[in-house]
Design a protein around this ligand. Sequence first.
Ligand code: HEC
Ligand code: HEC
Ligand code: HEC
Ligand code: HEC
Length: 208
Amino acid sequence: MKTRILLLLVVSLSFTLGVSAQTIVGSKHDFSTSSWNTSGEICKVCHVPHGGSSLPSAPLWSHVLSTAVYTVYSSPTTNAGTPAGTIGQPSASTKLCLSCHDNTVAVGGTTFIGTLGTPVGYANVGTDLSNDHPVSFTYDAALVTLDAGLKPVTSPSGIGSGTIASTMLFAGKMECASCHDVHNSAGFQHLLNKSNAASALCLTCHAK
Ligand code: HEC
Ligand code: HEC
Ligand code: HEC
Ligand code: HEC
């Protein structure tokens, strides 16, 4: 009897794990089987335990960084940036994403693995970020005062029991990782960090 219950538990547990693959394994960021990846490892394409990049906010980074200068987002109603309305060049972890997604460095462009592979089609964000959601700017109470259509950063984010500030901002800033989860831990489509069904992601920050 005991073994049967245990077996049932094991079976239901593996079933649960099987239906909700909430890890990087098998995601679009699992390059372990790519032809250029001579290491066959997952993490190594982006991180190394020793000798990684010393860029601030690059967690043991192994990928070659892009040196591109970007065309950034601007609009007559932008309040974000310093001075207000002026979005600066991408910084922090956004630079890490762009080390592959701007298509100037090979996906396998690490000092440790290969030098091949390009982000094709939709994954090629390019160096023109003027048609992409603005990133790398501070989102704080002062910005909310300028833009009444923004929710306070103390509002719940719907990610665990956290707030926008605690779960979506990095050193107080919006980055690509404010909306995306590079490791697919959340398991949502497009590597999003929460579902965007009925625009739930957008409505987290925008009071529209
Ligand atoms: C495609 C690139 C990529 C791969 C592959 C990748 N990471 Fe990351 N990782 C990032 C980026 C970008 C950040 C910084 C942005 C962030 O924290 O979301 C990061 C942040 C981290 C951090 C610090 C922040 C945190 O989430 O705790 C840890 C730890 C980490 N990664 C571990 C891993 C491990 C372990 C693997 C392999 C199983 C892995 N990563 C695979 C890109 C990657
Ligand atoms: C090592 C290179 C590399 C890094 C670093 C990297 N990506 Fe990617 N990413 C890719 C490639 C290549 C694809 C397309 C894979 C495919 O289509 O098979 C991709 C796909 C994606 C997708 C589409 C996922 C889907 O399911 O359609 C998103 C979203 C994404 N990346 C966001 C990010 C963000 C955000 C970061 C930084 C936090 C990041 N990536 C860092 C190489 C990278
Ligand atoms: C404000 C939220 C937000 C930010 C910030 C953001 N993205 Fe996205 N991204 C999304 C959403 C939502 C999608 C799903 C596409 C759709 O619904 O049309 C997406 C899709 C993507 C895709 C896949 C495109 C496709 O058609 O499947 C890639 C690659 C990507 N983002 C990379 C990035 C990179 C790199 C950055 C930073 C430069 C970034 N994103 C910043 C919300 C965001
Ligand atoms: C984590 C918070 C956050 C999320 C999630 C988010 N945004 Fe934003 N968004 C902002 C902030 C902050 C600004 C800068 C507002 C400003 O400059 O006044 C902004 C700017 C914009 C702008 C440009 C506004 C202008 O005046 O030019 C648009 C459009 C926009 N967001 C749409 C979206 C959409 C659509 C989504 C969902 C796919 C989304 N946002 C998700 C925080 C967010």
